[in-house]
Design a protein around this ligand. Structure first.
Ligand SMILES: Cc1ncc(COP(=O)(O)O)c(C=O)c1O
Length: 396
């Protein structure tokens, strides 16, 4: 009887593979960084969300070790039972202070932050207006909530306005506009200045997922909202990318909102407290990011992105426009993207082919990501390797 189930699983895997959509795990034998060890040799790494180069940083690593020494491996408890340590409160205060909010709440991951935000705050009389390119975790969070759902095409402000009008006409009590601050597969930055204007016009709140912005976009790296010089109501984010690269998520908001989330958000109430080592590393990463060293790292990151973007465009590759350190090299075909990544690895550069369902069908790509830790020499070497792979595979 159960054999039919296992046959179906095997059949689905075969089908995924036949379409060139299998996502293999390549095993890394070193710390995260611009150079990593894969299959016994050093290769350049251009696909980590290691924007400030702090993942693998010795100070961030040691801060994690020190926190683990002091607080142990963890609390064996969710926060409200017996799982709130001083270091959790310290991290909540640090991230809220850094981003300029009254308070913050921690989650095991930004996926959980997005999953836990909407359901406690909105009911069936409310509305969420969501960008079509929003991260899967926002989509799941919206699904878990009873509010009426509206969708607008990516960064299409006319559509956003139409949806807001519809929501108001339908009598919505409260409306939240939900958007990624920077869209993870494309590197597009949300038009938060224009969204702010529409939110004010239709009396809506704004939620921003700044996983790909916190630490490096805007003054002091506060994020996409500070990049546009506007205020928003809720920011969700991660410690798993620019802020040290460990893991863990957060929501920054007004105190009353955080208080309510601590009473009602299910991933907070029913999941273990963040590990002390993660808190220690994240605190050290925030300290570095918000100071003058952070400014230097952001300048370096921006210079690296410019250099790579210009050189790749000159080499004839099709890139998506933008100013973000996510720079997608568009290839279209899923199998081609896999072949390109495999050839790049042979040539000493670790990148990954992104295909459906992570990006739409027919829009497979190599998503390259710059880090402040990359040198110009490493960028130039990568462009040379891509140029060779691109010529061999008929891409350029
Ligand atoms: C836009 C966005 N939101 C949320 C997440 C989830 O972050 P975390 O790894 O902390 O769960 C990611 C990570 O891929 C992301 O890119």
């Amino acid at each position: 009887m159960t054999q039919t189930f296992y046959d179906r699983v095997a059949g689905e895997l075969t089908e995924i593979d036949a379409q060139g959509l299998t996502k293999p795990e390549r095993i890394i034998a070193s710390r995260q960084g611009p150079v990593i060890q894969v299959a016994g040799r050093d290769v350049l790494n251009f696909c980590a969300n290691n924007y400030l180069g702090l993942a693998g940083d010795e100070r961030v690593t040691q801060a994690g070790i020190a926190a683990q020494e002091k607080w142990g491996a963890g609390t064996a408890s969710v926060r409200f039972i017996c799982g709130t340590l001083e270091i959790h409160k310290e991290l909540e205060a640090a991230i809220a202070g850094y981003l300029g909010f009254e308070d913050a709440i921690l989650f095991a991951a930004a996926f959980d932050a997005n999953g836990g935000l909407f359901e406690p705050l909105l009911g069936e009389n409310d509305a969420i207006v969501s960008d079509s390119l929003n991260h899967a975790s926002i989509i799941d969070g919206v699904r878990l909530c009873k509010a009426k759902r509206y969708r607008f095409a990516n960064s299409d402000m006319d559509e956003l306005e139409s949806r807001l009008k519809e929501a108001r006409a339908a009598g919505a009590r409260d409306i939240i506009i939900a958007t990624d601050g920077a869209f993870s597969m494309d590197g597009y930055i949300a038009k938060l200045d224009e969204i702010r204007v529409l939110a004010d016009k239709y009396d809506a709140l704004i939620m921003v997922d700044d996983c790909h912005a916190t630490g490096f976009l805007g003054p002091q790296g506060k994020g996409s909202f500070s990049h546009h010089g506007v205020e928003v109501d809720f920011v969700t984010g991660t410690f798993g990318k620019a802020l040290g690269g460990a893991m863990g998520g957060f929501i920054c908001a007004k105190k009353s909102v955080v208080e309510l989330l601590k009473q009602r958000a299910r991933p907070y109430l029913f999941s273990n407290a963040l590990a002390p080592a993660v808190c220690g590393s994240s605190l050290e990463a925030i300290r570095i990011a918000q100071g003058s060293e952070g400014d230097a790292l952001r300048t370096r990151l921006s210079a690296n992105a410019h250099r790579y973007r210009n050189a790749m465009a000159d080499a004839g590759f099709t890139l998506l426009d933008g100013e973000h350190p996510i720079i997608p090299v568009m290839l279209g075909d899923a199998k081609l993207a896999q072949d390109f990544a495999a050839r790049a690895l042979e040539l000493g550069v670790y990148v990954i082919g992104f295909s459906f369902p992570v990006v739409p069908r027919g829009q497979a790509r190599i998503r390259t990501q710059m880090s402040a830790a990359h040198s110009f020499e490493q960028i130039d070497r990568t462009v040379a390797a891509f140029t060779q792979a691109g010529r061999e595979l008929g891409v350029i």
